[in-house]
Design a protein around this ligand. Structure first.
Ligand SMILES: *[C@@H]1O[C@H](CO)[C@@H](O)[C@H](O)[C@H]1NC(C)=O
Ligand SMILES: *[C@@H]1O[C@H](CO)[C@@H](O)[C@H](O)[C@H]1NC(C)=O
Ligand SMILES: *[C@@H]1O[C@H](CO)[C@@H](O)[C@H](O)[C@H]1NC(C)=O
Ligand SMILES: *[C@@H]1O[C@H](CO)[C@@H](O)[C@H](O)[C@H]1NC(C)=O
Ligand SMILES: *[C@@H]1O[C@H](CO)[C@@H](O)[C@H](O)[C@H]1NC(C)=O
Ligand SMILES: *[C@@H]1O[C@H](CO)[C@@H](O)[C@H](O)[C@H]1NC(C)=O
Ligand SMILES: *[C@@H]1O[C@H](CO)[C@@H](O)[C@H](O)[C@H]1NC(C)=O
Ligand SMILES: *[C@@H]1O[C@H](CO)[C@@H](O)[C@H](O)[C@H]1NC(C)=O
Ligand SMILES: *[C@@H]1O[C@H](CO)[C@@H](O)[C@H](O)[C@H]1NC(C)=O
Ligand SMILES: *[C@@H]1O[C@H](CO)[C@@H](O)[C@H](O)[C@H]1NC(C)=O
Ligand SMILES: *[C@@H]1O[C@H](CO)[C@@H](O)[C@H](O)[C@H]1NC(C)=O
Ligand SMILES: CC(=O)N[C@H]1CO[C@H](CO)[C@@H](O)[C@@H]1O
Length: 698
């Protein structure tokens, strides 16, 4: 891919410059830095900058992450991306002297004994770091390599903000600081069970999240599309199911995967896992049982509770051995020390079966792999049984679910995923229950006392359901994006649009908390710097940014005389306007020929359909252009929609999808497509195409 670097818009540049002048006392970035005391000089980031890794720690391995040198190499690539200096020299290992003559970033381990790099509950963490900025020497001293890695994110964000602030080359104020997260777990979950996603997209999400120091990516990798009229009727097998880990073809569980083309091989998954871990992000896989298990009963119907095909009969002798055999197959894929067995929304009347199952899986998985397990909080009242306190419980709902403060009193470790604050649903939320992106107002003032949210806040209105930041059993938080409406609700990029700002908000609150550190960002500060950091986040280009200014023209052709024509833009993200005038050939046998093709979308003449190549789904506009005459089109797109204007008409025709909401009603929603900008007239278009242009901006 040939993505250009970054683009900083002029308006943004001005507002940030004004902003920075007002608040030069502290380094503003996302998430906020714990403390920094500033002196008067600057560290200059020019193309002669050196990256040196302390030879004493260069190759130590901890926590399943790369070595310090490995992290440093990714850091170098990111620095090239944000500065545009393609000639930054290779990472060196060695030592540095205080009187270095070229600007040097020195990565080392072992912060001073005077620093206090502990979680809010006082537990130690490898993720903290100290940094010391002299005129020629920027030292990052991590507790572990992961701490130094987060220190490089801090450095990069300062470089980005300095460039936007008008500084060329970038400058970082000298001084010294220390930083560490308040909580151990700062993760996001994506429902990849009901919606299929390809590996490169997921890898980009990890890379993006990492820029904001998010450290876990929980992948919900099996589930089904809920519609009770199918589920409880004859046609239950027709409901869409996903099981994304593709076992080898000689495996006894091979037939469990419903569609091989919608699953990841171990090699593909490993590339994702490696990209994530190279960016300090741990992948937590989830296979959801014993509810949400339609994919398993489609494969082995005898395992179901009769009449409820999504629930497994845990007292059927083959059920638990089958689940163990599934984990046997895939546990060796994962480098994380924890996995999730899901375990939500099972029948409360089968509490003892449920609890026995969770404990048996816990023993089995820890015995066979040394990994511990997580379950979602659920309502399983039992007077005789209890879940082992070795199992971490991920709270997500009141009032039916288990109550986190009570669980912590009983000795359970908790992850906060409360839906009131932390849930999103792809594209549409039934009854407006969940926002499109995490609600910033709520995240900054939604706690019972009007303070902001933080992982210790489980309830918006009942302080007795919250706990203190010191609670040793509160491990942190995971926000979630569900895909209840399946593949046809969203393109992968639309999922990113919902996550982009949400992840940054969440990162601030899980790193710094609310009302704990004086340096924590105000909502205004967050909103000021977020667009800049989003635009410059290195290592991925989920915005499908071209590097061109808003309003400029990416390409323009009066007449295209030969097809196919390849442009230099593989895909262009919204907002954009794609205009052209097309004369379909006299014989309309063009249904399978893409008129425009890009990395993320394909436009066909047939019914003016957009196709999402990743899910293989088509979205027809329902308009067939007359053959042998010119029709002019303007296609406008933002992150929320794509519409066409035909022949200068002002009435917009929107590309839509129609969603099945719990089998209760159908909901029409808009679709946003990136511009199919890469190849025009793929298989040799036989009509005519004139006045073709792609302009940035809606
Ligand atoms: C890197 O390239 C730039 C632009 O071509 C040049 O001005 C600069 O001297 C080079 N820096 C180094 C360290 O080679
Ligand atoms: C790093 O590795 C070296 C060489 O194996 C070892 O001597 C040193 O104790 C390790 N340091 C840390 C902090 O793990
Ligand atoms: C270190 O930080 C923890 C958590 O923020 C706090 O409880 C403790 O008092 C601090 N200790 C020192 C010596 O500052
Ligand atoms: C931005 O510019 C102002 C004034 O030119 C300066 O005081 C401030 O330190 C700069 N901020 C950053 C992050 O470079
Ligand atoms: C579950 O399996 C057990 C053991 O085979 C059987 O006795 C029971 O009827 C099954 N329950 C349901 C509801 O299918
Ligand atoms: C928790 O796990 C440890 C180590 O695997 C084991 O020794 C212990 O019995 C378990 N505790 C419970 C309550 O299951
Ligand atoms: C708070 O916790 C209580 C039990 O302690 C529970 O009954 C109630 O539903 C919870 N309410 C909210 C809004 O969190
Ligand atoms: C965001 O939360 C605030 C208060 O917490 C609420 O008033 C507002 O309606 C919410 N906005 C959306 C879009 O849900
Ligand atoms: C996978 O194959 C099925 C059946 O052939 C097809 O319906 C589906 O669209 C394919 N999915 C993708 C992502 O290509
Ligand atoms: C997209 O829609 C969301 C939810 O309605 C809204 O908050 C956001 O501002 C919209 N974005 C644009 C660019 O129109
Ligand atoms: C989207 O998927 C749902 C569920 O499979 C289906 O009912 C609906 O018809 C689909 N919508 C379109 C526009 O294909
Ligand atoms: C037990 C506990 O610490 N509860 C806290 C819950 O959160 C609110 C903030 O909204 C605090 O005021 C409570 O002290």
């Amino acid at each position: 891919m040939h993505w250009l670097n970054i683009f900083y818009s002029t308006t943004l540049l001005l507002s940030i410059a004004q902003y920075m002048q007002q608040s030069s006392a502290q380094l503003v970035q996302i998430p906020s830095i714990k403390s920094f005391s500033r002196s008067v000089l600057n560290f200059v980031v020019d193309s002669s900058i050196q990256i040196v890794v302390d030879v004493d720690f260069a190759h130590n391995l901890t926590g399943g992450f790369p070595t310090l040198v490995g992290f440093a190499q990714t850091f170098r690539e990111d620095l090239i991306s944000v500065t545009g200096f393609s000639n930054i020299s290779e990472v060196q290992t060695g030592k540095v002297s205080a009187d270095a003559t070229t600007s040097t970033v020195f990565l080392t381990l072992g912060p001073s004994s005077s620093s206090n790099l502990t979680l809010f509950n006082g537990k130690s963490t490898g993720e903290g770091y100290e940094f010391e900025v002299a005129q020629k020497l920027y030292t990052i001293r991590g507790v572990e390599a992961i701490g130094a890695w987060w220190g490089t994110r801090t450095f990069l964000q300062q470089v980005v903000l300095s460039i936007v602030n008008g500084s060329n080359p970038a400058m970082i104020p000298t001084g010294s600081g220390e930083d560490n997260p308040g909580w151990e777990i700062r993760g996001f979950m994506l429902d990849a069970g009901r919606h299929w996603f390809e590996i490169p997209f997921l890898a980009d999400l990890c890379v993006y999240a990492s820029f904001f120091k998010i450290n876990q990516f929980h992948i919900h990798a099996s589930d089904f599309f809920y519609d009770p009229s199918f589920l409880y009727g004859e046609d239950w097998r027709e409901l869409y199911t996903g099981f994304r880990f593709q076992p080898s073809s000689d495996s006894p569980i091979f037939n469990l995967v419903p569609e091989l083309n919608e699953s990841w091989t171990q090699n593909q998954f490993s590339t994702l896992q490696t990209t994530c871990s190279n960016h300090g992000v741990t992948l937590i896989p989830e296979i959801d049982t014993p509810a949400h298990s339609l994919v398993i009963t489609k494969w082995k119907p005898e395992l179901m509770i009769s009449g409820t095909p999504d629930l497994l009969n845990l007292s059927y002798p083959e059920t638990i051995p089958t689940l163990k055999s599934i984990w046997d197959e895939i546990l060796p894929w994962f480098t994380s020390s924890e996995i999730s067995i899901g375990a939500d929304e099972y029948s409360a009347s089968l509490a003892d079966d449920y609890i026995t199952f969770v404990n048996e899986m816990d023993e089995y998985i820890s015995g066979s792999s040394g990994k511990s397990i997580r379950v979602w909080g659920t309502n399983e009242p039992s007077t005789t049984e209890s879940i082992s306190t070795n199992v971490t419980i991920q709270h997500w709902w009141f009032p039916g679910g288990s109550i986190p403060v009570q669980l912590m009193d009983q000795g359970y470790s908790i992850i906060n995923s409360d839906q009131v604050f932390l849930y999103l649903d792809g594209k549409f939320s039934d009854g407006g229950q969940f926002p499109w992106t995490l609600n910033i107002t709520k995240m900054w003032s939604g706690a019972p006392d009007g303070q902001g949210w933080a992982p210790n806040i489980f309830s918006a209105d009942d302080p007795t359901n919250n706990t203190s930041i010191e609670n040793p059993l509160l491990r942190g938080s995971i926000m979630a994006l569900w895909n209840d409406w399946g593949n046809n609700a969203t393109t992968p990029l639309e999922v990113y649009y919902q996550l982009a700002q949400s992840l940054a908000v969440f990162a601030e609150k899980t790193w710094s908390g609310s009302g704990v550190r004086a340096s924590a960002l105000t909502q205004d500060e967050f909103q000021e710097v977020y667009p800049v950091l989003n635009a410059a986040a290195p290592g991925q280009n989920l915005n499908r940014d071209t590097g061109l200014e808003d309003g400029s023209v990416a390409f323009s052709y009066d007449r295209i005389s030969q097809f196919p024509l390849e442009t230099s833009f593989e895909s262009v993200g919204p907002p954009y306007t794609l205009s052209f005038s097309v004369k379909p050939p006299p014989t309309t046998n063009t249904s399978s020929t893409p008129l425009f093709l890009g990395l993320d979308s394909i436009l066909f003449l047939d019914s003016l359909s957009f196709k999402d190549p990743s899910t293989n789904l088509r979205y027809p506009l329902g308009v067939d252009l007359p053959p042998d005459v010119f029709t002019s089109l303007e296609i406008h797109a933002t992150v929320n929609y794509t519409y066409a204007l035909l022949n200068g008409s002002t009435s917009a025709l929107y590309w839509t999808s129609n969603l099945d909401i719990w089998g209760e009603y159908m909901q029409i929603v808009n679709m946003s497509f990136a511009a199919p900008s890469y190849i025009i007239g793929l298989d040799g278009f036989e009509g005519e195409l004139v006045n073709v242009s792609l302009r940035l901006g809606d």
